[in-house]
Design a protein around this ligand. Structure first.
Ligand SMILES: Nc1ncnc2c1ncn2[C@@H]1O[C@H](COP(=O)(O)OP(=O)(O)OP(=O)(O)O)[C@@H](O)[C@H]1O
Ligand SMILES: [Mg+2]
Length: 242
């Protein structure tokens, strides 16, 4: 047995090696950051809550035929995952205008989009994760045309599944960010996490635009009650069958 080695500490998770080189242990932290880590804080119990939510969503997606890195959840804030080579793209799917889309286009926050939209951002903190064009993505060799096609298809399929799932939770899926990686066979797997840190989620039982926010925007925008919002998401998600 070799001792687990810390391979990477990010803002939200720590990755450790395991005895099996194809398997990593992902430990979810309570640390919260926003605006490319210019704002920092702690959301009590976030690690456990996000791990539980992500586990449930990965299981749901796997049951619906989406290839994911998820293996199992050995502890409340720990996930065993297949090791992948992360494709350096943040794949963002949007159903309703919010965040940078509203800021950069002038579309009012909350405007429903005529159809879901997939955007690719360059996963590069030093550059501030900029929005890419297809030409820039290919210029930088971030993925092949065939991979981009697969990512687009997977992202839209994941969106369909998650919209329906969250709707059963009386939650509206506004937008979310995905990361994908390549396994040893160069197959694309959904990786990283899906949680209130990486999604915009609006409570369908609240009409007030600030009260309805159930995701990291509560932390970003200092709306208060961050922990109870995450707790609500977790309870509603875990109450649904996989
Ligand atoms: N199955 C996987 N195999 C290898 N790396 C993974 C896997 N799943 C996620 N990762 C990577 O592990 C890291 C998770 O840590 P975290 O989410 O805290 O990072 P981060 O602070 O968001 O920073 P960044 O994503 O820019 O590295 C990310 O870099 C993510 O891309
Ligand atoms: Mg991350």
């Amino acid at each position: 047995m070799s001792a687990p080695e810390k391979l990477y500490e990010g803002k939200a998770k720590i990755l450790y090696s395991t005895d099996d080189p194809d398997i990593l242990l992902s430990c979810f932290k309570d640390d919260a950051t926003a605006f490319n880590a210019q704002k920092r804080g702690v959301i009590t119990d976030k690690g456990r809550m996000n791990c539980a939510i992500a586990t449930h969503l990965f299981q749901k997606l796997a049951a619906m035929g989406i290839p994911t890195h998820f293996i199992d959840q050995p502890a409340p804030n720990q996930m065993r995952v297949k090791a992948v080579k992360i494709i350096p793209l943040e794949v963002v799917v949007r159903n309703i205008a919010a965040g940078s889309l509203s800021q950069q286009t002038g579309l009012a926050l909350g405007t429903p989009l005529p159809q879901p939209m997939v955007e690719f951002y360059y996963k590069n903190d030093a550059l501030g994760d900029p929005l890419l064009t297809r030409d820039r993505l290919f210029l930088l060799n971030l993925a092949t045309p065939d991979q981009v096609e697969q990512l687009q298809t997977l992202a839209l399929r994941i969106n369909q599944i998650l919209i329906a799932f969250f709707h059963q939770c009386q939650i509206t899926l506004v937008d979310f960010k995905l990361e994908f990686g390549l396994d040893a066979q160069e197959q694309i797997l959904l990786a990283d996490e899906i949680s209130p840190d990486t999604c915009r989620l609006w409570n369908q039982l609240e009409a007030d635009p600030e009260q309805r926010v159930m995701d990291k925007d509560r932390f970003r925008r200092d709306l208060g009650n961050v922990e109870s919002a995450y707790q609500q998401v977790m309870e509603r998600v875990l109450a649904q069958a996989v």
